[in-house]
Ligand binder design. Sequence first.
Ligand code: SAM
Length: 306
Amino acid sequence: MNETEKLHISIKNKILPTKYLYDDKGSKLFEDICNTEEYYLTRTEKSIVQKYAKDIMAASSAEEFFELGSGSSKKTKILILEALKYRKKLTYTSFDISKKALEMSKKELKTISKNLSIQLVKGDFINDLKNIDVGKDRRLYLFLGSTLGNFNNQMAISFLYNLSKIMKKKDFLLIGIDKIKDHDVIKSAYNDKAGYTEKFNKNILDVINNKYNLDFEKNNFTHSITFNKSNNQIEMYLTSKTKQVINFPNKEKILIEQGDKLLTEISRKFNDKTIKKIFSNSSLKIRKTYFDDNKYFSLYLLNSKL
Ligand SMILES: C[S@@+](CC[C@H](N)C(=O)[O-])C[C@H]1O[C@@H](n2cnc3c(N)ncnc32)[C@H](O)[C@@H]1O
């Protein structure tokens, strides 16, 4: 099935694939979200990276870095600077679906050292992981920013298992996981007062319209989020203000009723037990765990068991 067919089925099921949140504008808006007071995730994860950079680099002894869904690489820069204290040469690869994210990553890192070589790879970490060059050196894979939370259980295990399969014995994976906490704290992170999340959410319609020649009207939708207590996840929706018809280039039409909710993102929150089960089912072994004083967020350093 090609991407267009997949998207049509997805829209019929009232789901807009999360990856389409990230075009140039979406990546810029995501950065704005990261800088808001409400979005505790970025500053908490950054504080853990800062505190444990030395330990993470000593434990992984990475000779190269490979970051999946890098965004602007700001947190990874802290680890790169630590690694460069001991290494004469270091390669950093940023792998992201968004051209803007790759540009931001390059801008962040290009001036830090002549010993750092930067590679930018535009790709989809779901579809293209099997094709990446796994290299010969001891690699540290990074998957930060709670991006794993955007996957349901089955997708998370399948993604991590595929990663585990391509990891060499000496490679490590550093992954950032958002933990269960006060629901109001979580909810406000996805509903900032300045309205960046709302713009970020609605931008998905422009992305899909441009890429697939559809005619979603942004102003006919409102941004909303709920915390699904049974699944411990934020669900981000676009709710239709009116009854409307979406026209596809192949003349297909989809009717959207007033009040219909299109799911654009889930953001799962984990406890130790649920995340450990996912790692174990993905053939990953925990080597180190790092967290902040509030236990809001955790970083796990893992090896492949395969
Ligand atoms: C939640 S953001 C995290 C960004 C960064 N790692 C951080 O910690 O701030 C998710 C990142 O993954 C990228 N991304 C989303 N879906 C992707 C996909 N299917 N393949 C590759 N990158 C993707 C986005 O462009 C974005 O940079």
